[in-house]
Design a protein around this ligand. Structure first.
Ligand code: FEO
Ligand code: CA
Ligand code: CA
Length: 641
């Protein structure tokens, strides 16, 4: 999909009976603030940017980004690229030992016992939490890293996808989850991880976790081997996440459905069938076939196990003994992640995306307030609050619609008998209240400088296809192979508000493609970008965007991009980093001083095999290894400046 020849096809599709033309849809968005004008010339669209008002310009003074742009690399190029004056180093790789008694990595001797003591596979979210707690230390801290999933065909020699062995299955389960690992920066700038730190911790698909919040006691949480629903085994498909104001990390269980099998073995009249179906549970065998060795993954044998996944998971990196808790109040869906901010009145707000085509953007607002003086007082804040889902109106306004049992359509007539029902079946609840179906919501994060919320929508090639929802103002492109970014402004910049305004910030793609848009900035000066996924902000409030899927969208490797959100450079997106063959870039995470950038290089070599890998990064010894890297300046300066 995508590519340089897409333009003509795309224009045809955009007019192919989906209600509105591109011009009409985009005109809704770009006339709003009077910043831009559209002109339809000969049936094609031309965007003319004008600068922000003088007042906004003055308010938005931004020293800008100063680095030498990185050129995109071809999808078979197997190395990382950083700007001139910068260097990248591998910090920790799949299989590195996290404990004194953990064995060194040996790809030929993998066991689950070893893997649960080693850094897991496919690193995604990276959170840096300073040590000691409460400090702003940029030289020592804890990295919390998600291990989203496994690529068995790259992990194991001669892997037979039809007949995985028990050992391969158990290593795979063990390689999922999360790692907490202490990291230190030496005086010469070199980062290393501390193998025997007392903070180091592995949470895997086997680890004991527990449930809390309104759905924790729901009958559907009980299984034959765990009738009390108090021994939840593991966390799976941990994708992105966020740090809370009290120094914990919340990790999103994303594509959890893929580990379950045999929905067809469940009676179609069983109420659970429709819910599992809405969440995409496989009707027959699962891809990894874990169900052959662990019946909890077989829906026909254990119909409720799947309800114990798809949650936000909270971990305290500062206390290795504190249980990992699935916070059901934040809803159940394919959580990309959750990112947290304190609202004006002290309540805590968590923004979330459900990363699937035509799914929703959510936020959770706690009932209680953050207590900055007593850390313990915040530890159960996420169990009590209101979950909202976003509705984007065509006029640039929007509403946060509450998903509260008994309100609106969320009543017994529609199958909801408790808040637990609403949360377990969050997607159906969101359908009923009329939320806006989005183009795969990934990271949703608040810019700490301008307080606006940025929503990465990675792509949706089914948008506008026959039988599927057509374009709307917030998802303006049919066959959206490139993704886009929305900028959302809460009413009065209050994150607990129930109304907002929004506008399109970027329509990704090759800048030469007519339908791309960089908030009015001169497109001849920006970098190509496809499939925005993880976002972050530097201390100046510049937006950093990591991509997942650029090879398909624009025929280049995934990368990291930076773009000012204010001032005359607003929209001037520049590529900062290019990743290796087959990989996506995750994190990104800065130290508080912005002098180190952590990036997770996930699934290098994906699409190839152990015997014939398309990537041998970073070791150049046969197989690729997902790893977290550091990016720094040779002069130790602030990244991006
Ligand atoms: Fe796991 Fe939505 O990326
Ligand atoms: Ca992601
Ligand atoms: Ca991703």
């Amino acid at each position: 999909m995508g590519g340089r020849d897409e333009k003509d096809k795309w224009i045809v599709r955009s007019q192919a009976g989906i209600g509105q033309t591109l011009e009409e849809v985009l005109a809704l968005r770009i006339s709003r603030r009077g910043m831009l004008k559209t002109m339809a010339i000969g049936g094609s669209l031309v965007l003319i940017g004008s600068s922000l008002s003088a007042v906004e310009e003055a308010l938005a003074a931004n020293p800008g980004l100063k680095f030498k742009v990185v050129k995109p690399t071809d999808p078979d190029f197997d190395d990382v690229v950083v700007p001139e004056g910068y260097y990248a180093r591998t910090l920790i790789r799949w299989g590195e030992p996290l404990y004194a008694d953990a064995p060194d990595f040996d790809v030929w001797l993998q066991t689950p016992e070893a893997q649960v003591k080693q850094f897991g596979y496919n690193c995604d979210f990276v959170g840096f939490l300073s040590l000691p707690y409460g400090s702003n230390n940029s030289n020592r801290g804890l990295l919390v890293v998600n291990h989203e999933y496994t690529n068995e065909e790259l992990m194991f020699p001669k892997y037979d996808v039809e007949n995985p062995t028990r050992n391969q299955v158990d290593v795979g389960i063990a390689a999922h989850g999360m790692s907490v690992v202490e990291v230190v920066r030496a005086p010469d700038g070199t980062w290393s991880y501390v193998r025997n730190s007392r903070y180091n911790r592995r949470v895997s698909g086997f680890s004991a976790t527990r449930l809390s919040g309104p759905a924790a006691d729901h009958p559907w949480m009980r299984t034959s081997t765990d009738p009390g629903a108090d021994a939840i085994l593991g966390t799976l498909n941990n994708c992105a996440g966020g740090k809370t104001p009290w120094g914990t990390v919340v990790s999103g269980e994303e594509n959890f459905h893929q580990y379950f099998a045999n929905l067809n073995g469940l009676d179609r009249n069983d109420a659970r069938y429709a819910v599992h179906r809405r969440y995409g549970m496989p009707t027959a065998e699962s891809e990894r076939k874990w169900e052959r060795f662990h019946s909890r993954f077989d829906i026909s044998k254990e119909p409720n196990e799947g309800f114990r996944f798809g949650w936000c998971v909270e971990i305290d990196p500062y206390d290795p003994l504190r249980p990992v808790v699935k916070r059901t109040a934040l809803g159940r869906f394919r959580h990309e992640g959750a990112t947290f901010v304190i609202a004006r009145d002290g309540r805590v707000v968590g923004y979330q995306g459900d990363d699937a085509q035509f799914e929703y953007v959510y936020k959770f607002v706690t009932n209680g307030k953050f207590n900055p003086r007593n850390r313990e007082a915040n530890m159960n804040l996420l169990d009590d609050g209101v979950l909202y889902v976003a509705k984007f109106n065509a006029d640039g306004t929007g509403e946060w619609l509450p998903l509260v049992y008994g309100q609106g359509p969320l009543t017994p007539e529609n199958g909801f008998r408790s808040q637990g029902d609403v949360l377990i079946n969050t997607r159906l609840a969101a359908d009923l209240v009329g939320a806006t179906k989005m183009d795969r919501p990934e990271d949703v994060e608040v810019n700490p400088v301008n307080k606006k919320v940025y929503i990465a929508l990675t792509n949706n090639t089914r948008r506008g296809a026959s039988g599927q929802p057509g374009v709307d103002a917030a998802n303006p492109r049919p066959n959206n192979a490139w993704g886009h970014i929305i900028e959302l402004t809460e009413r009065n910049d209050d994150h607990a508000a129930t109304t907002f305004r929004w506008e399109i910030f970027i329509l990704a793609g090759l800048p030469t493609q007519e339908h791309t848009y960089f908030v009015g900035f001169d497109k001849s000066k920006v970098s190509p970008i496809g499939a925005p996924d993880n976002v972050a902000f530097d201390n100046q409030g510049n937006l950093w965007i990591a991509t997942d899927g650029a090879p398909r969208a624009i025929k280049f490797n995934d990368g990291l991009f930076a773009v000012p959100v204010s001032g005359s450079q607003r929209g001037n997106l520049q590529q900062f980093f290019s990743s290796v063959a087959g990989s996506e870039v995750c994190g990104p995470e800065f130290t508080p001083d912005n002098r180190t950038l952590f990036l997770a290089i996930q699934h290098p070599g994906e699409g190839s095999t152990f015997e014939n890998p398309s990537s041998t990064w970073p070791d150049r010894q046969g197989l690729p290894r997902p790893s977290v890297i550091t990016v720094q300046r040779f002069d130790s300066g602030v990244i991006g400046t």
